[in-house]
Ligand binder design. Structure first.
Ligand code: PRP
Length: 178
């Protein structure tokens, strides 16, 4: 059961649990990629803390780039319209691209991104997502590494926002109507 924190937020995943999970994910990723270099591709803005914490645990040769894809506007539900607000700076042809996402919710953002990046002929294309909401899925899309599967609640913190608030929280919390 989530711990009730105040009227609007209940902690679902603590900062310690997040860091422990990222350690596990980094070990799996290193075991899979071996000596292959990896381009960590952060999806802004939600992945800001995740890519930073994950990247620091990887001893593989990594480079970093970002895309910004937005489908939520300032509200709580996806508009279903995916906008590329910032494209990558690098050409990914022949690279091992690991998309770093904070959350896969409806799957709209990720399925669009996978399709787009797939046309650019990377050597490999995989996804690591800290959170996944399987019950919310509208577009089936592959996620090779998942940190936590969570219930279909609106969550904030550790990069995730509601109207740009709460991204700075070190934990993941359920935002209650109030
Ligand atoms: C959030 C999140 C994912 C996406 C997941 O981004 O960071 O990228 O939504 O939702 P989906 O699976 O339903 O597409 P958002 O568009 O809110 O932008 P932000 O990261 O800048 O907050």
């Amino acid at each position: 059961m989530p711990v009730k924190l105040n009227e609007s937020l209940s902690i679902l995943i603590s900062a310690e649990e997040i860091q422990e999970k990222i350690k596990e994910l980094s070990q799996k990723i290193e075991a899979d990629y071996g000596d292959e270099p990896i381009l960590l591709l952060g999806v802004l803005k939600g992945s800001l803390h995740f890519i930073s914490d994950l990247g620091r645990l990887l001893s593989s040769q990594t480079t970093v780039d970002f895309v910004q894809v937005s489908s939520y506007g300032s509200g709580k539900s996806s508009t279903g319209v995916v906008q590329i607000r910032k494209d990558l700076d690098v050409n990914i042809e022949g690279l091992n691209v690991l998309i770093v996402e904070d959350i896969v919710d409806t799957g709209t953002t990720l399925s669009h991104l996978r399709e787009l990046l797939g046309t650019r002929r990377p050597k490999s294309l995989k996804v690591v997502a800290l959170l996944s909401k399987p019950e919310a899925r509208k577009h089936q899309t592959q996620v090779e590494y998942v940190g936590f599967e969570i219930p279909n609640e609106f969550v904030v913190g550790y990069g995730l926002d509601y109207g740009e608030r709460f991204r700075n929280l070190p934990y993941i919390a359920i935002l209650h109507e109030g």
